[in-house]
Design a protein around this ligand. Structure first.
Ligand code: G16
Length: 543
């Protein structure tokens, strides 16, 4: 085998964010850019020679070319076996599952998740460790440090591997195993959920739309819902993964999946609708004329997880990211479950899941998951919700109302200001941090601040501390406003402002979310000077 060292020079911007390295596709395609990052990952790991690496991506533009580069580098770096999804495609949850199932050393997942794709869109790459979890903070820091000084990478001279045909190929001394992208994951879902009960749901005339948003979940959803559960052909829409997602922004929320939301507001709406994102780890759930907030979905999952036999006796505890609404906290209290509050980013749940401190975790950003893998899992969330509906006979709206009547309704919303000037956004955050000591006790825009602090997380398993994870302002009525900068954008900055208010008065449960939060929204604009500092009078996305 002709292994060669290629000389290179570092790029200054290979710093991993909330979920791996995400950049404009054109940035990723610069000479040696991807190679530098991949070699920095390998150089930051120990003892992988002869072991297995799982590789795949969400099929976006540049996926195939990037995979061939990675396969050759993995062979040159002496991985023994490389498992890759057919045509280079693996959803993020499927990749996490494969790492665990085949006891791989780790995996490289190519995706910029919910970010748009195409030549002018975004591309991303992340490394997941042997548990299937995203690389922890300590490793991502080491990778970025290595990338800042890298001067060579290893590759081999070899023809491209044919990824279109399932089979085993040799690449230098390494075995490349091309597998069906869908089968292992679908078989695992059949282990977790009772497919005969779910099949009966569809046989009873239950109607559903699943919008794959021209992204990776199409083939998985077709196999699950149409082939195995007997939902009619056409239940899965936008089912063919396209390199540019057909121009759709593959982020299931009220703004970017508006076409689905509009459909669910029609009298002809099906009983249930769901959508997933670019790499299949997010979910959005709707009922007829009803949007289920992801924080409420997490609370419902916590209430009903143990009705699924796979989880009997294993609901150890639950976790949510700090900006996620406190709806799940009430369920945890009611059911005497330990509750953990982590920073934004799935990597913070890994230790809690491994240590069996939690069975379930989730985020306001349309993510939920359990110990079945170590990533959030959009299709699992949809199957779990369908299982709960089958078990209880209740609709999406009924399950949400049941939750509100038990625990009160937590009105919550995330406002994202996308594409801000990075300096303006950083200045806004710094100015707010500087004022934190003086804020408690002040009344601003009619609301009195009770507590003001920056969120810091002490991992109870690794004992590591992660500071500066968002600014929290608690008001006298226990409402909460959180400010943080997104770590998943590829240019400029995105400011996220998270609103949270618990309402116990049942007469107010049907109120409009934004109206219910209006005074908090005015408060946030005033205290953080959002409009004057950014020039924006409204967010880009409200969820
Ligand atoms: C990623 C992370 C999530 C996080 C989300 C938003 O999701 O895995 O944990 O909540 O980004 O992060 P941010 O607010 O920093 O943009 P995904 O689906 O993009 O991988």
């Amino acid at each position: 085998m002709d292994i060669k060292a290629v000389k290179t020079t570092p790029y200054a911007d290979q710093i991993m964010g909330t979920s791996g390295l995400r950049k404009k596709t054109a940035v990723m395609r610069q000479p040696h850019y991807l190679e530098n990052f991949v070699q920095s990952v390998f150089d930051s790991l120990d003892g992988f020679e002869g072991k297995t690496l799982v590789v795949g991506g969400d099929g976006r533009y540049f996926n195939k070319e990037a995979l061939q580069i990675i396969l050759k580098m993995a062979a040159a770096n002496q991985f023994g076996k490389i498992i890759v999804g057919q045509n280079g495609v693996l959803s993020t949850p499927a990749a996490s599952h494969l790492i665990r199932k085949y006891q791989a050393f780790g995996g490289l997942i190519l995706s910029a998740s919910h970010n748009p794709g195409g030549a002018d869109g975004d591309f991303g790459i992340k490394f997941n460790i042997h548990t299937g979890a995203p690389a922890p903070q300590i490793l991502t820091a080491a990778i970025s440090d290595r990338a800042a000084e890298i001067d060579r990478y290893w590759t081999i001279e070899a023809p491209d591997v044919d990824l279109s045909v399932v089979g085993t190929y040799m690449l230098g001394a390494s075995e490349v195993v091309v597998i069906d992208s869908v089968s292992d994951y679908v078989a695992y879902m059949q282990e977790i959920f009772d497919f005969s009960t779910l099949k009966k749901l569809f046989q009873s005339g239950f109607s559903m739309t699943f919008d794959a948003m021209n992204a990776v979940t199409g083939p998985y959803a077709k196999r699950l819902f149409e082939e195995l559960l007997g939902a009619p052909t056409g239940t899965v829409v936008n089912a063919i993964p396209l390199p540019d997602f057909g121009g759709l922004h593959p982020e299931p929320n009220l703004t970017y999946a508006k076409h689905l939301v509009d459909r669910m507001m029609q009298p002809s709406a099906p009983d249930f609708a769901a959508a997933s994102d670019g790499d299949g780890d997010r979910f959005m759930i709707l009922g007829p004329s009803f949007f289920l907030n992801p924080s409420d979905a997490l609370a419902i999952f916590a209430d009903y997880l143990d009705t699924v036999p796979f989880y009997h006796g294993k609901v150890y505890g639950v976790a949510r990211s700090m900006p996620t609404s406190v709806a799940v906290d009430a369920v945890a209290r009611r059911r005497s479950l330990p509750l953990y509050e982590t920073p934004t980013g799935w990597k913070f749940f890994g230790n809690l899941l491994d240590a069996k401190k939690i069975a379930l975790c989730g985020e306001e950003s349309f993510g939920a998951g359990s110990f079945h893998i170590r990533e959030k899992d959009g299709l699992w969330a949809v199957l779990l919700f369908l299982s709960i509906m089958a078990e209880t006979g209740k609709s999406v709206s009924q399950l949400a109302h049941e939750l509100w009547h038990r625990d009160g309704r937590v009105f919550c919303s995330t406002h994202s200001y996308e594409g801000l000037d990075a300096n303006d956004a950083a200045d806004l955050m710094h100015a707010l941090v500087d004022r934190l000591p003086e804020l408690p006790g002040q009344t601003i825009a009619g609301l009195t601040i009770d507590q003001a602090f920056e969120f810091s997380y002490d991992d109870p398993v690794s004992c590591e501390t992660t500071a500066h994870q968002g600014i929290c302002l608690y008001l006298a009525d226990k409402s909460r406003v959180v400010f943080r900068l997104s770590g998943t954008g590829s240019s400029g900055a995105t400011l996220r402002v998270y609103y949270n208010r618990l309402v116990q008065d049942t007469m107010r449960f049907e109120a409009d979310v934004q109206e219910t939060l209006a005074d908090l929204i005015t408060f946030a604009d005033t205290v953080a000077e959002i409009s004057s500092r950014t020039g924006r009078t409204a967010p880009t996305v409200r969820t």
